[in-house]
Design a protein around this ligand. Structure first.
Ligand SMILES: [Mn+2]
Length: 355
């Protein structure tokens, strides 16, 4: 693909040079992406049997992308096994062919390649037997690593589903209604309903393409956002009763006892952190969930410029600039102290910055 490639002008304002450098960087990234896509298409074309997987505790992007890749491979006359370490969450089980995703701890070849979607490291899939396979890594996390034989990491993509759609076009696959439903789901969930920082004009261009292909935006939104269990609402009540705010920071938590009492599942914790970050004037928020084995799961969210992925990575996790997570040692009070010690200076720096 040809892109305008302006050379920096020595007499130009520093800003113009900066912009030229950005354009050069973008062109370089685009050339790398085009090369990776071409190599993936080639590997798919040559092979017959493929494993398709994603991270453990799969989310909307993981499930939707896996299903779409499965459909693409089928269209191309290939065999695809769709496997994840954890079951598909209830909310996504109505997606087309969702039952074709199998939960397992180990995969058994032979496969011509394993396609890993949305995994920022091989261990994120939590599947044994991947190590010996030819690995195709397709991801958009800031914490994404080049662990595969082919690595296509695009931080600009709103969802991995967006990348899958590009792969589909490059491979000459048709956009079926079922595929469009799955890809629209990845876009809707990963942008938090078209709210997060990655949402831009191209997000809506893709949403438009998918809606034209038969994805029903109202139906999909209702299936995802208006299908909440009573247990989740009870759990939310327990979490909200702990809500604390300190300037630009807010946090809330649930204990293991809360989980048991409300009959909630892990899935029911999804999105609780958003109630803390959505407060006016709050720039970063954390939701803490006590796990049974004295560990604590942290979900981090921020608005705009605060990079919570960097904080999550320092604590052994990962994610996106505005949405990240990690698991730390308990008890809850210790975990809270640890994360607040990380967040306070970052939020303080941010407050002091002139931007
Ligand atoms: Mn994603």
């Amino acid at each position: 693909m040809n892109r305008p490639f302006p050379e920096p002008d020595a007499d130009a304002a520093p800003d113009a040079n900066l912009r030229a450098a950005e354009v050069r960087r973008a062109a370089g990234a685009e050339a790398l992406a085009a090369d990776a896509v071409a190599r993936i298409v080639e590997v798919i074309g040559r092979g017959e049997r493929f494993l398709v997987t994603s991270h453990c505790r799969p989310d909307g992007d993981a499930v939707g992308s896996m299903l779409a890749v499965g459909m693409l491979l089928e269209q191309l006359g290939k065999h695809a096994d769709l496997v994840t370490a954890d079951r598909v969450p209830l909310v996504y089980r109505g997606l087309p062919h969702a039952s074709s995703i199998r939960a397992a701890m180990r995969v058994h070849g032979p496969y011509d390649a394993a396609i890993l979607l949305e995994c920022d490291g091989l261990e994120r899939a939590r599947l044994k037997g991947l190590e010996d396979l030819f690995l195709i890594n397709i991801d958009h996390h800031l914490s994404g690593r080049d662990f595969g034989h082919i690595n296509w990491i695009d931080h600009q993509a709103a969802s991995v589903g967006e990348m899958v759609n590009r792969l589909r076009k490059a491979a000459g696959g048709a956009l079926t209604r079922e595929m469009a439903v799955c890809l629209y789901t990845t876009l809707l969930t990963d942008t938090g309903g078209f709210c997060y920082g990655s949402t831009n004009a191209s997000t809506f261009a893709l949403a438009h393409e998918l809606a034209l292909a038969g994805a029903d935006p109202v139906r999909i939104a209702q299936d995802i956002y208006f299908s909440t269990t009573a247990a989740k609402i009870l759990l939310l009540g327990a979490a909200l009763s702990t809500l604390k705010r300190e300037g630009r920071l807010a946090w809330l938590w649930i204990t293991h006892q809360d989980m048991v009492r409300t009959c909630a599942t892990e899935e029911d914790c999804e999105g609780i952190v958003n109630y803390a970050v959505c407060i006016t004037g709050v720039e970063a928020a954390v939701f803490l969930r006590e796990l049974p084995e004295r560990r604590v799961r942290l979900s981090l969210r921020s608005k705009g410029r605060i990079n919570v992925a960097a904080i999550a990575e320092r604590l052994g996790g990962g994610g996106h600039e505005n949405a990240a997570g990690c698991t730390v040692e308990g008890p809850l009070t210790r975990a809270l102290d640890e994360i607040l010690a990380e967040l306070r200076p970052v939020v303080g720096d941010f407050a002091a910055s002139p931007r």
